[in-house]
Design a protein around this ligand. Structure first.
Ligand code: KG4
Ligand code: ZN
Length: 373
């Protein structure tokens, strides 16, 4: 593992009232090998993310076999460095948590087996974390406003969550740990997938979200008339494949080479369509009987797509229009990371969700199944 690919996350404010339960969290479900030590007083004591993006970039997306091998090569060193940076040894850790799905199973197995090995050899409690639950709960570890300004926002249950990542796009009513009610979801692609595919069509590279976000900030959102699928429908579901098809159709009409202005306008118009779909579907969600009866005070965005500046500010505006608080994780906790797994581990530990007999990691593991336990 090359040291230059290790990202040591900025821990933000200085550690306050360090203590409580200390959790080591491990994430390996996609293209980041990550570990973090987080305590129940919301201190991130260390956090390492080893990003495999450079390894997958030349293929235009994540290659599962390459990812699994890269996780195997990186996992021991990532955990070792995470402990070192916190000046801790395994004996200082109270509980061990790792992603047990959903995700690319080769990668999930690597992180999960590392956690099982450590838990069995030390006798410490082991927590099987659902990766989506990591995204869903991390705003309770740390959250901020749309522009990521310093003021922390505290997120209490229940809250209305837009979970948008590379693999998922769901509106959930989060009632508590393990209590996720599905209000709407995508019928085809996820929002992150749409960003990645449009970026690929334009030859801009992988992952597409951050690149399209940057280019969109420089372009005209009215230049191309992208569709807003399902926005006339009374339910809260999404569809992004129509936007993707429209992108392909536009590009066929305007042959390459595309200048910077064209690309910026294209990205801005595409992103505006995604933003409109998200705010429209969320506005519907706020009027469903489940949400009206529950009256969540906070509208939250999470998952890799939560890094998108236009989505954050449009959701903040929507929240304020509906008398709600808006909260988003700080940028470094939106995309996949070990701290969100450690935090979900702590939240699950508190409610007694400990692994008591061997379990099999799962490539598919819908959040709503956690309610059925
Ligand atoms: O949550 P995540 O790290 O991985 C999954 O669990 O899937 O999300 C990755 C996704 C990718 O599709 C990436 O393009 C997207 O998040 N993403 C963004 C931005 N940053 C990352 N999408 C839109 N705007 C961004 N700034
Ligand atoms: Zn994720």
């Amino acid at each position: 593992m090359k040291d230059d690919k290790i990202i040591q996350m900025d821990m933000g404010a200085s550690v306050s009232s360090r203590g409580g339960t200390v959790c080591l969290g491990i994430e390996s479900s996609c293209d980041e090998t990550s570990a973090a030590i987080v305590d129940s007083n919301r201190n991130i004591l260390s956090h390492i993310i080893y990003s495999q993006i450079p390894e997958h970039q030349k293929y235009g997306g994540v290659v599962p076999e390459l990812a699994a091998r890269a996780h195997i090569l990186a996992i021991d060193e990532v955990i070792r460095q995470t402990l070192n940076r916190a000046n801790m040894t395994v004996s200082d850790i109270d509980i061990i948590a790792a992603t047990a799905g959903p995700g690319l199973i080769g990668g999930v197995l690597v992180g999960w087996m590392a956690a099982v090995g450590m838990a069995q050899s030390t006798g410490k409690p082991l927590i099987a974390v659902n990766h989506l639950e990591g995204h869903a709960l991390v705003p309770r570890l740390a959250a901020t406003t749309a522009d990521n300004s310093a003021s922390p926002v505290s997120v209490e249950f229940p809250y209305l969550l837009m979970l948008a990542s590379g693999g998922h796009c769901q509106i959930l009513l989060v009632r508590g740990v393990g209590q996720y009610e599905m209000i709407g979801q995508t019928l085809d692609d996820s929002a992150g997938e749409a960003f990645d595919k449009v970026s690929k069509m334009l030859g801009l590279g992988y992952p597409g979200g951050p690149i399209v976000d940057r280019r969109a900030a420089l372009g005209n959102p009215h230049a191309f008339d992208f569709p807003r699928p399902l926005t006339d429908k009374p339910n809260c579901d999404f569809s992004f494949s129509g936007i993707k098809t429209a992108a392909r159709t536009f590009l066929n009409k305007y042959p390459e080479p595309h200048g910077d202005e064209f690309i910026n306008d294209f990205c801005a118009s595409f992103q505006a369509a995604v933003v409109d779909c998200i705010t429209n579907r969320l506005a519907h969600a706020m009027n469903t009987s489940a949400v009206l009866a529950t009256k969540p005070k906070t509208l939250v965005v999470a998952g890799g797509v939560a890094k998108n500046s236009a989505i954050r500010s449009a959701m903040e505006k929507l929240a304020h229009e509906h008398g709600m608080i808006f909260a988003a994780p700080p940028m470094n906790l939106c995309t996949d990371n070990g701290a969100m797994i450690a935090w979900a581990g702590l939240e699950n530990y508190k409610v007694g969700n400990i692994v008591r007999e061997p379990i099999a990691p799962r490539p598919r593991w819908p959040l709503t199944e956690l309610m059925e336990k």
